[in-house]
Design a binder for this molecule. Sequence first.
Ligand SMILES: Cc1cc2nc3c(=O)[nH]c(=O)nc-3n(C[C@H](O)[C@H](O)[C@H](O)COP(=O)(O)OP(=O)(O)OC[C@H]3O[C@@H](n4cnc5c(N)ncnc54)[C@H](O)[C@@H]3O)c2cc1C
Length: 290
Amino acid sequence: MFIRRLPKFEYHAPASLPEALDLLALYGADAKLLAGGTDLLLAMKKRTKTPAHVINLKSIPGLSGISGDAKGLKIGALTTMADIMRSALVKETYTPLWDAVSVMGSPQVRTLATLGGNLVSAVPSADTAPPLIVLSAQAHLTGPSGERTCPVEALFSAPSTCSLAPTDILTHITIPFPQGKGAYLKLMRRAALDLALVGVAAYFCLDANKVCTHAKIALGAVAPTPIRATASEAIIEGKVLNAALAAEAGSASGKECFPITDLRSSLEYRCSMVEVLTERALLEALKRSN
Ligand SMILES: Cc1cc2nc3c(=O)[nH]c(=O)nc-3n(C[C@H](O)[C@H](O)[C@H](O)COP(=O)(O)OP(=O)(O)OC[C@H]3O[C@@H](n4cnc5c(N)ncnc54)[C@H](O)[C@@H]3O)c2cc1C
């Protein structure tokens, strides 16, 4: 049964990161951080999460915003999908992430939903995960023992389970300046406002002889967590990419995933679509490289 009323909880609006960390240390597993609320508040209405304390991160300065230089990009965890979509820098240079954000939810959802919330929710279909993985993004966390960094890939440990400790806060994401091009493609049952049945991000650099280097392919919604398609990457690495090679890499990616059959799609369909989307994402990245 879907219960629409929120359960009772105590609301906190810390004005600084240390204050938020103190609240997390005090209330531990009884507390949940709130960003855009598009995942958390639904889970609370459904009673799948019933925190006694909700700690809103939105009043904390410095947790949102996009800045870039010759070394790369920094995106605050509280940056909304709408802000990322509006960024010309993301669109031009970090294009797979822009591809993902632009097909996420609806304008209303994108106005609230944050990058940090999308990653910490850790659903296998999280649209921002595959592009951030192929762009070699790093997650910056702060907790009781200080700050640490980990690859975005390492944030996911199981469906809807993030590797963050309950006392950690994701503060921002950094992405090294990409030397190559990439693309993210998403298969949905309808044109908008749907989770990915399959999401594929591909990225590579081309050397002076048009040979692919630094190839990365990541798959979403086809395993308990977002995964790399390393066998497919190996197929294109060190070679000149063409339609036949993209099809070969696509075929391999269908064997690297292990999706489930659920209400939205069968396992077999998802595997076939991984093949198609991998091939198309590679060819789209090639088009953008030329
Ligand atoms: C109608 C609808 C459509 C959607 N469509 C899509 C879609 O197409 N693709 C997609 O990927 N998702 C989709 N979503 C899911 C959701 O919008 C995203 O996952 C969103 O990015 C979550 O961000 P949020 O800011 O709302 O997180 P919240 O709901 O505020 O938080 C989510 C979780 O992350 C934790 N958290 C948030 N920020 C931090 C932080 N900085 N540090 C540590 N923990 C944190 C919270 O405690 C909570 O557990 C959709 C949701 C709805 C309601």
